[in-house]
Each structure stands twice: as structure tokens, then as C-alpha cells.
Design a protein. Sequence first.
Length: 454
Amino acid sequence: MNKVLLFYPNAEDKAHWLPYAILTLGTILADNEFEVVLIDEVLYAENPREIEKIVEQNIEDTLFVGISSFIGNQIRNGLKFAKIIRTYNCKVPIVWGGWHPSILKEVTIKSEYVDFIIQGQGELIILELANKLVSKDNRFSDIDGLIYMDNGLIKVNKERKFVQRSELPNYNWELIDVKKYIVEDKAISDKTVSYISSQGCPLNCGFCSENAMYKRGWYANTAYQMYDDINFLLKNYDIDGISFYDSNFTVDKKRILTFCELVIRSDLKFKWAAAADILFLRGLTNEEWELLRKSGCTRLLIGAESGSEKILNLIGKKFKPKDVIDISEKSIEFGISLYFTMIVGWPENPIDDFQKTKELIESIREKTLEHEFIIHIYAPFIGTPLYQYACENGYIPPKTLEDWANYDYYKITTPWISKEFLEKVEDYRMHLNISYNMNKNRKKYKKDIVDRGE
Ligand code: SF4
């Protein structure tokens, strides 16, 4: 009995990304002779009964079940799955990993649907746990990074050091039906898949959940690993676009430029997009921008956050609004569009900050309409540097696991934000959307005329 079921709960958002959280765990288990069944709930949205059938077929010889979850809908859907497991077999251990159990340890381990928590980077922990369970060894205290209950007491083992992704096996694509994850991405190509080449981020932005999990560490595939994976995906699945889902793709400049050179040298033809740091882009020479372009980069996601220097300082950003304007101009020279994420509704001076953010956006739009902007409302997130500050300013955080299951990053309300403020933000969002789409349609119209030779 060495079968493991790994479940990725539906996050219920629009994105349709490869479930790397369970793919990487499944890879290391499969490499060590465990039989792995991956269940990505989003694939069964039309027919949820199929999930029960998979459980029914596999549960009797399952060693344990793993559930990976972020805060919000994934907790709710993960709990739903755990209840199904308990209905079919009340003895099979249920192991949780990912953001939510790693950060909300105590509240999670007390749930009747949780037997173990894997804290932080899970690959080596899950392998050690699997080996213990297969040999029926109940001494878990020597598995660093594991949390469990022992005679009614919560046992939190020593934290485990993260390892570089280059020390872990390359993703085993055979565990997953990659074709089901090929999507159209208007800024990349109509045959795009997501890819994660690194985890964590060494920076410490006040609102960002990345550090709650990775504690400012950054763990990455090498440029060669990335190249091998992407080469394999392009050659085997008729894909011509890659959307990098790394939180900060550009931490190591040498890694990125080596990757671009490998792509150009081998004449690998595809388009790609990723999240990039403003200071990384500010430091690029024209030749380096050209390498990005030639290797297929079409769009970069930029966390510009605010037009107010005071707020940038408050949230720990090291760039100035002027840097944002500079890179917006430079990227256009190289045909790379930028997708700026802005956040408004901070606990300090939200009205002044929103005004300055609009001014920054408009000063960019005066020069080019090629870039896109999305405006989020600040949502306090547990474990982040600003969380305590938000609580001191009247934010009442969720308490129970069920409360955290209802946490919706996009719908959080904070006491310092009024309904009128939210309406003004919504109006401005609409204005940005309409004008961006009009520009795109105008360009498409002109291109169609040229193509038709009119
Ligand atoms: S917001 Fe981006 S740059 Fe800042 S800590 Fe998070 S991942 Fe890093």
C-alpha cells in the first residue's frame, strides 16, 4: 500500500494554472516508488461527482491523502474533500500543506479533518512522512517541519531549512495532463501554459504574503532547469507561450539573462510573460532589454503599488514613482508592454494616496496607452509586516478556520475605507478598462486594414 492521493482545491478564481503545489510533491514521491494520484479540483468543476469516484476507486489502498491550500476558498474546498475522505475511510491520514496550514498552524491542526501539517517547503517533509507511514513507524518527532497531535498535545517539530529548487527533481510532467492547462492569454499567445521557476522573494513588502511563508528566502530552478522544462513543454504539447507565475521572477539577473541567451541560441520560438521588479528593470542596459525581447518576452507584470512616496516608504518599496515612469518608457522602446498592479486603500492617508496614484497612472498614459493597470484594494494578510499596523488601526481579523475559509482578498473591507471611496475606485477602474480596450481595438482595426491591403 504505497498510494498517495494529492488534492489541489479549487481557488474559484479565473486563473487556470498548473497545480505546481501538488505536482512538485507528486514528483518527489513518484521518484521514490510511491504511486501518486493527483486531483486538481478545477478540472472537475462541471462534474464534481467524478472526484468522489476517484476517491472510491483508490481509497482502500491509499497510504495518506495530501491537501494543499491557500487562505480562502481553497480551505473551504479542501475541507469538503477531507470530509469525503473521512466518509470513505476514517483511518487514512490527511496531511495539509501550503500557505494556510503553514501560517495558521494551531487553528488548523485542531480540526478533525487534519492529521498532519507540513510547514513550509513540503517536498522533503512529505517524502520522510511517506516513508514513516509505509514502515508503520509512529515516531514523527524527527521529521523537521512536521506538525501533528500527540495525546491531545500539539507537536510542532523543528522548522526545516528550505533547499534550492535545483536540489529537487525536475517536474514529472507525466503525472498531469498538461493539455488541459493550455489557455489563451491575449498578451502572450493562444497556446499558453503557466510555469513556476522559483518560490519566495528576498524583499519584504509590507502587504505581501510571500514572506509569511518563505521568510525572505528565494528558491529557484537554475536557468538550465528552466530551459530544459520549457523546451520539453514546447516540443511535446504544441505550446508557444509561457506565463511565469513566480512571485518575483527577476531576483537573479544572471539567471534570467542566461535563460534568455539559451533560448535565443537554440532558436526556441515562444512568447513569455513574468513578474519583474522595478529596480531590476531600472538596472538593465539596452543590450539586456534586447535579450528579453529577442527571447520572446512580451509583457512584464510590475508591482508599482502607489504614486505616493510616503506610501512606498510605508510598505517598504525601494523605488520612487519616477522609476515607474522611466521603465514604462524604456519597455516601449523594446516592444514589451507592462501590466501594472496598484494598491489603494492603505491605512494611512488613503485619499491623498489614491490621488497621487491616479496622477502617476495618468502621467504614464499621456505618453503611451500600451500599458495596462489594475487597481486592488489593500487587504491585511496574516504574517505580513503591515498586518499588526492594520489591526491597531481597527481591522478585525478572522479567528476560526471557517472565518479564514471565507477570507476573500478581493472583497475585504477595512474600517478606514468608506463606501464612497470604493465607488470612486470602481469608477476609475472602469475608465482605465474602457480606454485600454478602445486603444487595443483601434490598433487591431488598423492592423486588419493593413492585412487586407485596403
Ligand atoms: S510584493 Fe513582490 S517584490 Fe514585494 S515581497 Fe512580495 S513578491 Fe517580493
